[in-house]
Design a protein around this ligand. Structure first.
Ligand SMILES: N[C@@H](CCC(=O)N[C@@H](CS)C(=O)NCC(=O)O)C(=O)O
Length: 199
């Protein structure tokens, strides 16, 4: 399989962490891709010009990260990251994934302001993204994940790692001590340690 990849993308990190947890990392060849310049090789596979985008061994392009992770769960023998279909645990893991993905979406959108003038409408948009991140963190602090055993927890780890990577000047730990303790524990695990964003 091939994966359009960037080490800075939290969504790519989620896919690589899932692949490590599933024991199939070695089956994925990463292809360095900058989605923001809309390279032809990416557009051929994903018309949205977004990463991650996985190309399966039989040539099917699969996106976005929740869909890729669910596909990876069908490969390999390690314990699944998606609890059984129809279970309450599965719904809870998917909702937590959606919350973490939403934090990543909002944080990535905030990054788009850098180096550009910010008018009133843009400032309001950016404030809204910041507020979404803050509310998302508060919801996670009220109900932090346990361990790294499902796709919800993996996604939360990637979201927090992205905040550290891109918004180190806005420390989230002091107001979210339970989340900080959990993140400290899971950051040492191979799936998180080996996929950490560049320094
Ligand atoms: N919902 C998508 C989000 C992916 C995403 O936003 N990726 C960013 C990189 S972190 C991207 O490719 N951005 C390029 C663009 O928006 O043009 C997923 O879960 O995979």
């Amino acid at each position: 399989m091939k994966l359009h990849h960037s080490p800075a993308s939290p969504f790519v990190r989620k896919v690589m962490a899932a692949a490590i947890l599933r024991g199939i990392e070695g089956r994925i060849e990463t292809v360095a891709t900058d989605p923001h310049v809309s390279p032809a090789a990416l557009l051929r596979d994903n018309p949205l010009s977004k990463i991650p985008c996985l190309i399966t061994d039989d040539g099917m392009a699969v996106y976005d990260s929740p869909v890729i992770c669910e596909y990876l769960d069908t490969l390999g023998d390690a314990p699944p990251l998606f609890p059984p279909t129809g279970s309450k645990a599965r719904l809870a893991a998917q909702v937590r994934q959606a919350l973490a993905d939403g934090i990543m979406d909002a944080a990535v959108a905030r990054r788009m302001r850098f180096g550009k003038p910010v008018d009133e409408a843009r400032a309001a948009f950016l404030d809204r993204q910041k507020a979404a991140v803050e509310r998302g963190l508060a919801a996670l602090e009220a109900d932090p994940p346990r361990g790294l055993s499902d796709i919800g927890a993996v996604s939360v780890g990637c979201a927090l790692g992205y905040l550290d990577f891109r918004f180190a000047n806005e420390p989230w730990r002091p107001a979210h001590p339970r989340l900080a303790t959990w993140f400290e524990e899971v950051s040492a695990l191979p799936a998180m340690a080996r996929t950490a964003p560049p320094k």
